[in-house]
Each structure stands twice: as structure tokens, then as C-alpha cells.
Design a protein around this ligand. Structure first.
Ligand SMILES: [Zn+2]
Length: 328
């Protein structure tokens, strides 16, 4: 058993939302025993006693702190802003390079080289990766706190203990319980949660950010990382000469609303599926049914950024035509 004076004095857990619950109990005890001086009272208090009815009631009604909720909302907002700012930055860089190409101040090959370097070497992208990873650890830390809080609450409320009376105080003193006091229970649950997340969350790529960032720069290239490398990923199947196919296997037109078949990883246009009467994938013959179709978010991003790239190509062609015309 752990002897914890802070639970006896009631001054423990300054940062716990429940820190004063034991303090209330003690105040009550002192009031009932006016003749006993403070020092000897503390010496005679048991190291553990159950929460009183009122304290249990207030523990029951305690929800997650509003400040924690506010922090969560801010973190979410910040995370999104950081991602959007980064994508705007990349877009802006590409537009700037393209403007140089259009003015004849940069070769197309040089443009492609610069573009490749953005994903791998850009210092701004690197620092944003670090910011995102810090944001993630704040979020993980916060989640560990709320999980530990709710586990502690459930465990304390489930304890079936007779209420403490002054008469029984000496019984508690002599026959002390093995139960952990509330604050140390919270501490150990929190440590457990932290250990769990430390194992899983150290240096994990922010998949959402990396995916969008990569596709913003290389819309038709297969992703260099996958959630599960053993899984049949649609990208592996649709890759043709290192380029991901953006056309629908049913209509053979460029996809506009991508739907992915989870049975095989092939992606079709939602509109062509409406007129498609077969129950097998036209590309690989595996089953194709409504239940296995999901919106293909990765393909949507590819289409979005490929559209921008096509615009670059159109602008360049226009410039070439214009210069040829000027020569005539
Ligand atoms: Zn297929």
C-alpha cells in the first residue's frame, strides 16, 4: 500500500478537477471534532477513505472540462489552417515557376526539376511537417488526459464502499484498504495512456497531409507510402508506366466523380456506374456491387491537381502558338 500524505491533507491534486473533493471531507471531519488539534488529527487520519456521498455525486456529474473542449476545437482549426496554408504555398510556387516558363525564363525540364525538389527538399515544407507533428503530440497528450479521467471516474464510482463515519475512522486507520486514492489512480491511468500512445505515435507520418501534399505536386504518380503495404492498393493496379490512370474503365473518359471498388481497388466514374449493368469489374473481373463502392478521396485529389496541371499545359501551348503566329 502506498502512503500518501497529500490525500490526507486534502491539498493534493492541484491540477486535478477533483482536487478538493478530499479536502471537503477533511473540513467536515475537523468541524465535527473541534477538540482535536490539526497536527494530531492528521496523524490519526487513515491514508485512504472513500468519497462521501456528495463528493461522489459531484464526481458523477463532472464532464470533460470545457477548456479541454476549447483546446480541441482550436487544435483542429490550427491543423486545418496549417495544411491549407502549406497547399496554398505549394500552389503558389508552382504558379510562379509556370509564369517563368510562360515568359521563356525557365525551361519545362527545369520546372519539373524544381517541382520534384519542393516535395523532398523545401525547408518550409519541412518546418510545417514539424509543426504538424507538434500539433499531433499536443492532441495525443490531451486525449490521454481525457481517457485517463473517464477511466478514473468509472473506477471510483464503481467502488462499493461503506461511507466513512467518525466512529469508523479508527477502523480505517487500522485496517487500511488497498484501493488507490483518486489522485494517484488518475496519475497511474494517465501514465498507462501515455505509454500506449508513445508506442504507436512516435514519428508516424501525417498521412492526410503527406497524401495531399504529394498529390498536389505529383497528381498522377503512385503514392510513395501506403497505410498497409501488403494491401492491394488501387494505385498499384491502375499504374501504367509509373503514371496513375485517371480514366474510367467503363466509359474510358476522364473520371469526374470517382467511386472505388473495395473488391479490387479499381475506380470508376459515378455517372458511368449508373448505366453499367454487369456485376463484375470491367478491368479485372472481380465482383462489383453497390456495397463495395466508396468515394475515392485520393482519386478526387489527383483529379483536382491534374486539372490545374492541364491548365499549365494549355497556357504553354497558347504561348507557343502565339509566338509561332508572331513569326509569320
Ligand atoms: Zn477491378
Amino acid at each position: 500500500m502506498v502512503k500518501r500524505t497529500r490525500d490526507v491533507t486534502g491539498e493534493g491534486a492541484p491540477d486535478s478537477p477533483l482536487g478538493n473533493a478530499t479536502g471537503e471531507q477533511q473540513a467536515q471531519v475537523s468541524h465535527d471534532e473541534p477538540k482535536v488539534d490539526q497536527a494530531s488529527l492528521e496523524d490519526n487520519l487513515p491514508t485512504y477513505y472513500p468519497l462521501g456521498k456528495e463528493a461522489k455525486q459531484s464526481l458523477k456529474s463532472l464532464k470533460i472540462l470545457q477548456t479541454a473542449k476549447d483546446h480541441d476545437a482550436h487544435l483542429k482549426w490550427l491543423d486545418k489552417e496549417v495544411k491549407n496554408t502549406l497547399l496554398d504555398y505549394v500552389d503558389n510556387e508552382l504558379n510562379t515557376y509556370n509564369a517563368l516558363v510562360l515568359r521563356g525564363q525557365m525551361l519545362v525540364d527545369e520546372f519539373d526539376l524544381k517541382r520534384r525538389k519542393i516535395y523532398k527538399e523545401d525547408p518550409i515544407i519541412e518546418s510545417v511537417r514539424n509543426i504538424k507533428s507538434s500539433l499531433k503530440s499536443i492532441k495525443v497528450g490531451q486525449d490521454a488526459h481525457s481517457k485517463a479521467f473517464f477511466q478514473m471516474k468509472a473506477e471510483i464510482l464503481a467502488r462499493q464502499e461503506p461511507e466513512l463515519t467518525i466512529e469508523e475512522m479508527s477502523e480505517y486507520k487500522g485496517n487500511e484498504s488497498d484501493q488507490q486514492p483518486m489522485y494517484s489512480l488518475f496519475e497511474s491511468l494517465l501514465n498507462n495512456e501515455r505509454l500506449k500512445t508513445a508506442k504507436t505515435d512516435s514519428k508516424v507520418l501525417d498521412e492526410v497531409l503527406e497524401t495531399e501534399l504529394f498529390l498536389c505536386i505529383h497528381p498522377t504518380e503512385p503514392l510513395p507510402f501506403t497505410e498497409n503495404p501488403n494491401e492491394d492498393d488501387g494505385d498499384d493496379i491502375a499504374v501504367d508506366g509509373g503514371v496513375v490512370n485517371l480514366t474510367c474503365p467503363i466509359s474510358r473518359n476522364v473520371i469526374t466523380r470517382p467511386m472505388k471498388n473495395l473488391n479490387c481497388g479499381h475506380t470508376y466514374d459515378k455517372d458511368s456506374l449508373a448505366n453499367y449493368n454487369s456485376t463484375v469489374c470491367p478491368e479485372c473481373g472481380r465482383p462489383l456491387n453497390k456495397r463495395a463502392l466508396v468515394e475515392d478521396a485520393v482519386m478526387s485529389l489527383r483529379l483536382k491537381y491534374e486539372k490545374r496541371d492541364q491548365e499549365f499545359v494549355r497556357e504553354r501551348k497558347k504561348v507557343i502558338v502565339d509566338t509561332e503566329l508572331d513569326k509569320i
